[in-house]
Ligand binder design. Structure first.
Ligand SMILES: [Zn+2]
Ligand SMILES: [Zn+2]
Length: 536
């Protein structure tokens, strides 16, 4: 059954460039690669983008502490992210960084147009200013006495009593950088009329009840019920994208608006490289499906902020259709955090395990609907049980038997019609799950297929059939090879390297999301698909 080609946008969240990639990032982002790969195999036109979020105060503060330019911090972690994604075989069509000139230029264009269209207005306020550093200070750049516990605290949160603060509550305020007293000066900023989109975003939420995850529906509802406030889009920082509006050119564009626009700028870059335009690609014409992939702490940026920006940019753009917002990964039953010391970095994992093993386990334990755990022992157990003992074993027991006993010559036979029917149904069912963004559920149904295949082999006993029932042996072999050919398609989005190796070993056609037949007459040189991992 041929269907019209769809356009697919998969937009993976932008990791922040002040730390190494950890398994929480991996769990949140890998499903975007699976969905993108699936859609390409199904014949659709995919643009899969993401990038590194490089601006903002955590990076400037760290740069100050380490006495290096902010670029150095951002660039170091950007390169590390890029390297991890490449080693994990993420199939991004473009992976950018917010410090790239193309992104900056395109964001400035969008910003100027939104200003010209009246979406921003000027607001005056008084703000803490350090005359020695000649800079306006944000809350976290101010030190002072905490009104709750009396100890010296940062302006945004007290490290001693953990109270949430704003700097106006502090006594004896001083600049955190130079220690000098701050003074109040008049400042101005540009505000985005987010409140103007309240009704339109409520309608969006109502229209997405079946395609956004439950956590996204709940979180967005809460957010909208509070009433949307207008938000400042400019701030006083030395590191970021210059505001392209007269009177504000000494300020930078706030990260919250600039980083999410990365979906747009990267999509534009890819669309243009393919001879089309971002306007043509993102238009909501029924043929476009868009997926936004992130952890649940990022939900409002994708269900409120980015849709509001898209609405301000053009009424023709599709607003986020699928929100794939995962729950948390827990290490030893605790939410992963740096302070607990339970953070596993992805560079560490990649030094210990194959990319396919990491990908397989990350989807198998994906916190798709509820929190889930991730441990190295469990990863090894899943690899040995399901990849080596399940998939690898099914391939190996068939192939090595034919090699050993029949010199690789495949007997005549016909694949079982019932199994063919089940296989075709699996393409439909797993495909539907992937289209809805549920990669873990899709993988679970594929694992059942392997278990059924091994059971079929055990029940048919081809090693007995081979002596005295050549017709039965031929049919069993044809059925098993047919299942192997289809496994190499069905598992391809999840473990592409191993499945390409399997295809090369057996002379199978390139992966597609459609029933495959096994056509070779003899088997060539066959290697082992997965090696057992021994626990040290
Ligand atoms: Zn305190
Ligand atoms: Zn100062």
């Amino acid at each position: 059954m041929k269907h019209a080609k769809k356009r697919i946008l998969t937009a993976g969240a932008w990791p922040y460039a002040n730390n190494y990639m950890h398994v929480g990032h991996l769990a949140a982002l890998l499903p975007g690669d699976i969905v993108s790969r699936y859609h390409r195999l199904a014949g659709n036109e995919v643009i899969f983008v993401s990038g590194t979020d490089c601006h903002g105060t955590p990076i400037t503060e760290r740069a100050k502490r380490e006495n290096v330019p902010p670029f150095e911090i951002a660039d170091k972690y950007h390169k590390s992210f890029k390297d991890c994604f490449s080693r994990l075989n993420f199939s991004y069509d473009y992976y950018g960084a917010t410090y790239e000139d193309y992104h900056k230029e395109e964001v400035r264009k969008v910003f100027s147009t939104m200003y010209a269209d009246g979406w921003f207005y000027e607001q005056k306020n008084t703000q803490d200013y350090c005359p020695r550093c000649k800079a306006f200070l944000s809350d976290r750049e101010i030190r002072g006495v905490c009104p709750h516990c009396g100890s010296v605290s940062k302006g945004d949160q007290c490290d001693h009593c953990l109270a949430s603060l704003d700097a106006s509550q502090l006594r004896d305020k001083a600049c955190a950088a130079c220690g000098g007293p701050t003074e109040q000066r008049e400042n101005k900023s540009l505000m985005f009329k987010l409140s103007a989109f309240q009704k339109r975003l409520e309608e969006l939420l109502a229209s997405r009840q079946t395609t956004w995850r439950q956590n996204a529906l709940n979180e967005t509802k809460k957010y909208l019920e509070q009433g949307l406030p207008d938000r400042a889009v400019t701030r006083d920082l030395p590191w970021g994208i210059d505001v392209p509006v007269k009177g504000f050119t000494d300020k930078k564009i706030y990260v919250w608006i600039e980083a999410v626009l990365g979906y747009y700028t990267c999509c534009k870059k890819v669309a243009e490289s393919r001879g089309t335009t971002v306007e043509a690609f993102l238009r909501d014409d029924g043929a476009l499906h868009s997926y936004y992939i992130h952890g649940k702490d990022n939900i409002p940026f994708h269900t409120v902020i980015f849709p509001a920006l898209l609405l301000a940019m053009s009424p023709a753009f599709q607003l986020p259709e699928y929100i794939m917002s995962c729950e948390y990964i827990k290490m030893n039953n605790e939410k992963m955090s740096k302070s607990l010391g339970n953070l596993i970095t992805v560079p560490d994992l990649l030094n210990a395990f194959d990319a396919d093993t990491i990908r397989f386990y990350s989807i198998l334990t994906n916190p798709e609907k509820k929190d889930s755990g991730f441990t190295a022992d469990d990863l090894i157990a899943a690899h040995n049980k399901l990849l080596v003992g399940g998939l690898g074993n099914f391939v190996n027991r068939n192939v090595s038997y034919l090699k050993k006993k029949f010199d690789g010559v495949i007997p005549a036979g016909k694949a079982d019609a019932e199994i063919q029917k089940t296989t075709r149904a699996l393409y439909r069912d797993a495909g539907a799950k992937l289209e809805a963004g549920y990669t873990r559920e899709a993988l679970e149904s594929l694992i059942e297929y392997i278990q059924a295949a091994n059971k079929y082999y055990d029940d048919r006993k081809p090693w007995v059939q081979a002596h005295g029932d050549p017709a039965g042996f031929g049919d069993t072999t044809a059925t098993c090879l047919y299942m192997i050919a289809n496994m190499s398609n069905l598992f391809h989005p999840f473990i592409p390297t191993a499945m390409d190796r399997l295809k090369a070993m057996l002379g199978l056609d390139a992966a597609v999301w459609a029933e495959a037949n096994f056509t070779a007459k003899t088997l060539g040189e066959i290697g082992i698909l997965f090696n057992r991992i021994e626990v040290k």
